[in-house]
Design a protein around this ligand. Sequence first.
Ligand code: PMP
Length: 425
Amino acid sequence: MNLKKSEELYQKAKDVLPGGVSSPVRAIKPYPFYTDSAYGSKIKDIDGNEYIDYCMGYGPNIFGHSNPIIRKAIVDQLNKGWLFGTPIENEFKLADKITDYYPSIDMLRFVSTGTEATMSALRTARGFTGKNKFIKIEGGFHGAHDSVLVKAGSGATTLGKPDSLGVPEKSTAHTLQVPFNDIESMTEIVESHKDDLAAVIMEPVMGNIGPILPHKGYLSEVRKLTQENDIVLIFDEVITGFRLSMGGAQEYYGITPDMTTLGKVIGGGLPIGVFGGKREIMEMVSPSGDIYQAGTFSGSPSVMAAGLAVIEQLEKENIHKKLNSRGDELRSGLRDIVDDTGLDYSVSGIASMFKIFFGDSPANYQDSLKCDKSEYVQFFRRMLENGIFLPPSQFETNFLSTAHTDSDIEKTIRAYESNLKGSLE
Ligand code: PMP
């Protein structure tokens, strides 16, 4: 595989961009490929190599790259202008649609990233309850703001630095951690801190250390515990929202939190975040209430247009049913391969999220750290050489899109097979 131009660009880029990239997980070793263009299921680098992409922008591109309907919606908006600093009708239309699908959301605010969404959701939960502390799940990733950068998944765990320099101790003093799938630990922490406990924030399906699914009954126990103790339950559905189903993981598992954060899929590939919740909570957000939150780019016109185009397509084509059953097929194909090799690996995932985990199926963060990270990195490289682009980290999820064809999937399964078997040699 010729990556000459990417290598040259990397040598120059790392002079002006830390690690040569704009976000840590992209810093593939020894250097990343730099992308030229991407259409459908394929992404093409500046040296002309083409890969079947399962990274899919880390989740947003549920219809694959450069989806023509989303493109048209964006271009139509661009022709009318792309930043007004005034409200527009599409903000209302998209908000109205989202509230239809998420019973946990009576009102919402648009922001520009998932990071902003969880940061603002936590502030809102604290403002609403008048309490300070919140519980986060170990290995949960809620973006890169101070109070959640403790035992954070995603790039933080990949780089072996789940906590960050530059975060004052006081910023995380109110962040309590419990393992996923362990209601006893959460109950204990709730018991000892409930006088000052504003919220529990969690990914209902852990997407940044696995993926790891909730054990049967776990989410409903969390719901019960938070309800009984007047704690705001926030589901961070930045990955799972509009991905598992129209109503996200909360619809899939039938659990209604008090607040929800969304991002990724609902922006159609443009930068978006959403935080929303019960009316009595959200009415406290400025300007209707005193919990301050603001953003120059919030509700950005092209993003709103893309979001509406996403919903329209998802509604029309019954996408989730088809996509999720392809996910089932793919996972079952991968399970057969893993069984065949006798390797101590496991296949995890749900709906259109999947991953081969280089270790026993994890139930929580501590389990997930036991995987063979270095073997995964070598495997990732071999797959790339075979024209398959997986997320470069063991902890990031692979995403299927509607653009992946049968032949893409066949080729992918063959590559998994030969490269996993290769690792035995
Ligand atoms: N929450 C979750 C569950 C995420 O996976 C991510 C990003 N991967 C975020 C929040 C942060 O979103 P963003 O990168 O858009 O800030």
